[in-house]
Design a protein around this ligand. Structure first.
Ligand SMILES: Cc1cc2nc3c(=O)[nH]c(=O)nc-3n(C[C@H](O)[C@H](O)[C@H](O)COP(=O)(O)OP(=O)(O)OC[C@H]3O[C@@H](n4cnc5c(N)ncnc54)[C@H](O)[C@@H]3O)c2cc1C
Length: 411
């Protein structure tokens, strides 16, 4: 039986491992911190099928100066990390060219087309109970001008088959009565799905992997590829041999990529949220506060409020004032949101400058496959990534539609 090491026990690694096991591989997942709560455990829980637009767009670049004026706004950058972030930011600006935006939208649209069916198949393969529902999502706009520019983006998405409805503020309030504050307009996206709990899905996938393969607590420090087997070396110096490896370590994948002789532009967009286990009211579906870059989602854990982007080093101390700022802003729309009692969290989105994950084989060694860099969409794209990753590990020829995701684009 072909042996596979999966490095990283987040959603991407465990979903891929579950898929690989069902495809008949012998799989070991290496996770250095099983008690940790990475992006995969604390995200907003939205399977955002409509979100096929890359982050780098002319409209985003135009908004940056305004956002940067607010140190707790939708986008901030830790000044001392600017030199390290500059190459990524340079690529981000280049990715906002219209031809690149079109390229990335098509590529994401390709993954998104099967994302839901792949989730259903993953749940079946991993024996997970029903964890998703088609709740739809609301997108609120504070001003008519904001609505018009948002609408232009949704019209572009509609060209790729994304469904949306323009609705009034009153329609939105009927759908989510807790929205008592003021806003100008709203959009409803019917094809947005919500999971009951990202953490429970992650733990369920880990249990499924442990039941049929191995889930090992260890940090992978090195990978040797110079013989017919691949040697995975963990921090305690133990070396284990495998036929194939899948690198799925979120933002930390970049260290292993470097050790494998390649380069990648991968930084973290850190995000924050606050979860209220008993807020005293319910919202019926995720609500995106578009002017402020955050979302509120009803989850099994309670009401989760968060998002925003903080460009900073992975190990910089968290600034939870950002989580509190989002709750403050949300009270303008939902005055009943409690002042206290929320649990704050910070997570590191693994992000490429073009918003496309890296999903493909090492150009010189097809035994090594990469699956990381899913940015804002790692939950949404975990199952479709798992399916393709398993095919790549099996050595199937790469489909043309997967070419935009190759690591070659960074060499
Ligand atoms: C605030 C916020 C909200 C979000 N909301 C959504 C959402 O609603 N919908 C959506 O689709 N996405 C959302 N995301 C994005 C999503 O959470 C991420 O894209 C996704 O979790 C990334 O998964 P991952 O497995 O690649 O990385 P991670 O979750 O970071 O997991 C990587 C794992 O690999 C381990 N690891 C790394 N290197 C090694 C090594 N050398 N040895 C052993 N172990 C290693 C790490 O310990 C870690 O556990 C959100 C993210 C944030 C921060």
């Amino acid at each position: 039986m072909t042996t596979v090491a999966v490095i990283g026990g987040g959603l991407i690694g465990t979903a891929s491992a579950a898929w690989l096991l069902a495809d008949g591989f012998e799989v070991t997942v290496f996770e250095r911190d099983p008690e940790g709560r990475p992006a995969s455990a604390g995200n907003a829980g939205v399977i955002s099928l409509p979100e096929i637009s890359p982050l780098a767009r002319p409209g985003t670049l135009a908004s940056v100066p305004g956002w940067m004026l607010d140190p707790l706004g939708p986008l901030t950058l830790r000044a001392r990390d600017l030199p390290a972030l500059t190459p990524w930011l340079g690529r981000f600006v280049l990715s906002a060219r219209p031809s690149q935006v079109d390229h990335a939208t098509r590529a994401l649209g390709f993954l998104m087309k099967t994302a839901l069916a792949d989730h259903q198949e993953l749940a079946r393969r991993a024996g997970l109970a029903a964890t998703m529902r088609r709740a739809g999502a609301l997108y609120l706009y504070d001003t008519d001008a904001g609505f018009r520019s948002g609408l232009a983006e949704w019209k572009e998405r509609a060209r790729h088959g994304v469904d949306y409805q323009e609705i009034t503020a009153n329609d939105a309030r009927q759908m989510v009565p807790a929205l008592k504050g003021g806003f100008a307009r709203a959009l409803f996206a019917p094809e947005s799905w919500t999971v009951s709990s990202p953490l429970q899905i992650l733990l369920g996938l880990r249990r499924a992997v442990a039941a049929r393969g191995k889930f090992q607590t260890a940090a992978v420090e090195n990978i040797h590829t110079d013989t017919d087997k691949i040697a995975v070396v963990t921090a305690d110096g133990v070396e284990t041999l495998f036929d194939r490896i899948l690198v799925a370590g979120g933002v930390w994948s970049r260290d292993l990529v470097r050790k494998l002789g390649l380069h990648v532009h991968l930084e973290t967009e850190r995000g924050y949220n606050t979860t209220f286990s008993d807020p005293g009211f319910e919202i019926e579906m995720p609500v995106f506060f578009t002017a402020h870059g955050f979302v509120a989602t009803p989850l099994e854990e309670g009401l989760r409020v968060g998002g925003a982007v903080e460009l900073a080093a992975v190990d910089a101390p968290p600034n939870f004032a950002r989580a509190a700022a989002m709750c403050r802003k949300m009270r303008r729309y939902v005055p009943d949101l409690p002042e206290i009692g929320g649990k704050e969290w910070m997570g590191c989105r693994p992000s490429t400058p073009d918003s496309l994950p890296v999903l493909g084989a090492h150009p010189k060694d097809p035994r090594i496959v990469f699956a990381f860099g899913h940015g804002h969409l790692g939950l949404t794209l975990s199952a479709v990534t798992a399916r393709h990753a398993s095919g790549l590990v099996a050595g199937k020829p790469r489909e043309r539609s997967l070419e935009p995701f190759g690591i070659e684009r960074f060499q």
